[in-house]
Each structure stands twice: as structure tokens, then as C-alpha cells.
Design a protein around this ligand. Structure first.
Ligand code: SAM
Length: 213
């Protein structure tokens, strides 16, 4: 695992409360709307990539998903996510790892979700490794929901440079293994009141039918 990246994120989560982090919102409504529209059977495996201490996992469990995994570089963030879930945390698979390196089961997940992690991969090699991981771990016919800063979004976050994407460019990065299903623009208001433009894409893993649609 990239130790510098991990130390950066552990330090951010150790130093800042939720309200002090720009990406915080009590619920990830934009993601949830896109996930709800997919109407996936609740027993299929889903993965939140770079889930941090967000409440997406809480909301997925509340919707009846029974096979939820959360992956993040930061053990500090995942410990906090577990704490707010309480006893329900035991039903979740927690993976401390770097999405560009971690070994995930092949052709396994029916949903790959990422809000605000992919855009931190500013080097082409890291992006290629991320996409390779998403291609390997998601079953044919499965979906990826990826939210990044939009072309008019911020240029940096937590002191790190980010890549900003217009509506079609994340889909281009994931082609040809994924095909675009839909895209959505969202403006996130940070806890301190600033606006951040996001682009969300829903992508479908090509190469077959997962048997659930
Ligand atoms: C801006 S936060 C977003 C957190 C969460 N998705 C949300 O929307 O609240 C980015 C998250 O990505 C994680 N992260 C950054 N680079 C990563 C990597 N290479 N592999 C796994 N997680 C990573 C960070 O630890 C952090 O939790």
C-alpha cells in the first residue's frame, strides 16, 4: 500500500471532524438516487470504494443490501464508519487497502460505487490500475457509479491535486470494458457553504448479463 497516501488520509481523518471536511454530507443523496434507479436485488455484493466514514454503508444496509463491502486507504476513517454503525458493522466487510493495488475477488461485485476517490488519481498509471481493478472485480452486467469533480469543480482537495471530469470523460476512461448508462451533474454544498460541482456516471460492465436484469 502506498504509505504516503495512507498517512495523508489517516492524518486528515484524525485531525478533522466530519463538518471540517469539504466532502461531508449526512447522506450521499446523488449516489443513492442513482443506485436506487438500478433496482438491484438486495443480496448481490456491492462495494463502496474510498467509502471513508460516509453514511452510504448505513443507507445501503437500511435499504436491505446484505452483502456490503467498504474499501478505504484509511483505517482511521473505517474505524469511525464502524463506530457509527454500531452492531451492524459486523455485517459489513471492511477492507483497508489502496484501490490501485488491493486484491479483490474476480467478477464478483454487482455494484462498484465511488464518490470522490477516483479524481485523486492524478497519474495515468494509477488510473489504469484503478480501472483494471474495477474491470476485474465487477461481474459482467454489473454497474459502476462513479462521482468525480466536474470540469468546473475544485482543482485540489485536502491539499492534493485532483483530475476534473466533464460528463463523458470518466466513461471514456472506463471504455471499452464499461459502457455508459447515464450521467448526472450535482452541486454539493460543503459544510462551510461552498459549492462544488460533481459529475456522476453510471457505467455497465460489458461482456454478459449478470442475470439480474
Ligand atoms: C474525499 S473522500 C470521500 C469519502 C466518501 N466517499 C464520501 O463521499 O464521503 C476520499 C476518500 O478516498 C480514500 N482514498 C483516497 N485514495 C485512495 C486509494 N488509492 N484507495 C482507497 N481509498 C482511497 C480516502 O481515504 C478518503 O476516504
Amino acid at each position: 500500500m502506498n504509505a504516503m497516501r495512507q498517512a495523508h488520509w489517516d492524518a486528515v481523518y484524525s485531525a478533522k471532524s466530519e463538518a471540517q471536511t469539504s466532502w461531508f454530507r449526512p447522506h450521499l443523496e446523488a449516489s443513492l438516487r442513482l443506485i436506487d434507479a438500478l433496482d438491484l436485488p438486495r443480496d448481490l455484493p456491492v462495494l463502496d470504494v474510498g467509502g471513508g466514514r460516509s453514511t452510504l454503508v448505513d443507507d445501503l444496509l437500511a435499504r436491505g443490501f446484505t452483502d456490503v463491502s467498504v474499501l478505504d486507504l484509511s483505517a482511521v476513517a473505517l474505524a469511525e464508519a464502524k463506530r457509527h454503525l454500531g452492531a451492524r458493522a459486523q455485517t459489513v466487510r471492511w477492507i483497508v487497502g489502496d484501490v490501485t493495488e488491493v486484491a479483490l475477488p474476480a467478477a464478483h461485485f454487482a455494484l462498484w460505487h465511488d464518490r470522490a476517490t477516483f479524481h485523486f488519481l492524478s497519474e495515468a498509471g494509477d488510473r489504469a490500475r484503478y480501472v483494471a481493478s474495477a474491470v476485474r472485480a465487477v461481474r459482467p452486467g454489473g454497474f459502476a457509479v462513479v462521482g468525480t469533480f466536474a470540469a468546473d469543480g475544485p482543482e485540489r482537495c485536502t491539499g492534493l491535486p485532483v483530475v476534473r471530469y466533464d460528463a463523458l470523460s470518466p466513461a471514456a476512461v472506463f471504455a471499452p470494458a464499461y459502457e455508459p448508462v447515464t450521467e448526472h451533474r450535482d452541486v454539493h454544498r460543503t459544510p462551510s457553504g461552498n459549492e462544488q460541482a460533481f459529475t456522476y456516471v453510471v457505467l455497465r460492465r460489458c461482456g454478459g448479463d449478470a442475470g439480474f436484469h
